[in-house]
Design a protein around this ligand. Sequence first.
Ligand code: PMV
Length: 366
Amino acid sequence: MNTLEKKTLVMENPSLVFKSDIPSGSVAWQSPSNIALVKYWGKKDIQIPCNPSVSFTLSTSTTETRLEFEPNTEGRVSIEFYLDKVRNEKFETKIVSFLDSIVPIFPFLNQLKFKAYSSNTFPHSAGIASSASGMSALALCLCAIEKQYFNTLAIENEFYQKASYIARLGSGSACRSLYGGIVSWGEIAGVTNTSNEYGTCLNDVVHPDFLNFKDSILIVDAAQKKVSSRVGHGLMNTNPFSMERFKQANTNIAALLKAMKENDMETFMSITESEALTLHAMMMTSMPYFLLMKPNTITLIEKIWDYRQQTGNPVCFTLDAGPNIHLLYPQRIENEVSKFIKADLTNFLHDSCWLEDCVGNGPKIV
Ligand code: PMV
């Protein structure tokens, strides 16, 4: 048996079944999205990353999920999923198969009939992926039910670690949304408590200025992306550059954490931008190849570089798996950067739209 199988088995817990009196009730959590600095792109086994990643947890881009439950006589997973009060069968199908896959971990899932009510603080049209905030909120709700009815997970660390593990099974990068500040996922040489199975909060090993960083999310295009992350990860199995990329991510994460510890802004900016461009280079060099940047993504990147050169202000960008730009900078220059966005960037944005976000404190019970 390999280590992964052993660990998954440890999470399996046949005792988490209601012996009598199946309860009715509800739990609700709000959980944030996150933006990776060193990117996870490529996975193996059951949602195990091919390289470690590290992200900023966001503050205002969140999902709130209320999970209502009552006794279920069907003997199999049953959930109705509502997004902004409207039943959403596309998400519902995905969530049913996710819940089915984790019945060995939470056997009580078959004994309850669920209704999930979810809403995002960011507009659907903003093109921001809701899987990290959505999956982490759902994982927290499930762990909250376990904690309430089975007297387990009383220790805070255990509660969040299990929620992170469950969120990872739902959507890899979601496991980093369980903690505020700077969070890693994947084993990092020399950094204790890092794991391929769940996220780890790294706030203690970075300079405090990074805990107040700002993220202005510049909306270039709000359309749904044409290639899903799942497909993108899969294409890394045959990408001729993947092994080099996985090695590079390990080198980058060590150098980035060192820069963040020493508040070395130049190195922070260059690794962050290089990671964003490498992620997209991996897309372009996959077969079939694809391109998620738009012409205005490039225009904005050039404007950001010009601004940085002219002002010396430490602003840099990163990209998710899409065309929108995350403009990252320290809080102390927020007024200047806001003027820059209004004066020079809005013409290149979809509906002149951008979202102000910053590094946040992690999930909250509602
Ligand atoms: O968690 P997924 O499967 O949606 O993949 C996320 C991949 C990136 O957002 C592009 C990078 C990352 O580390 O978040």
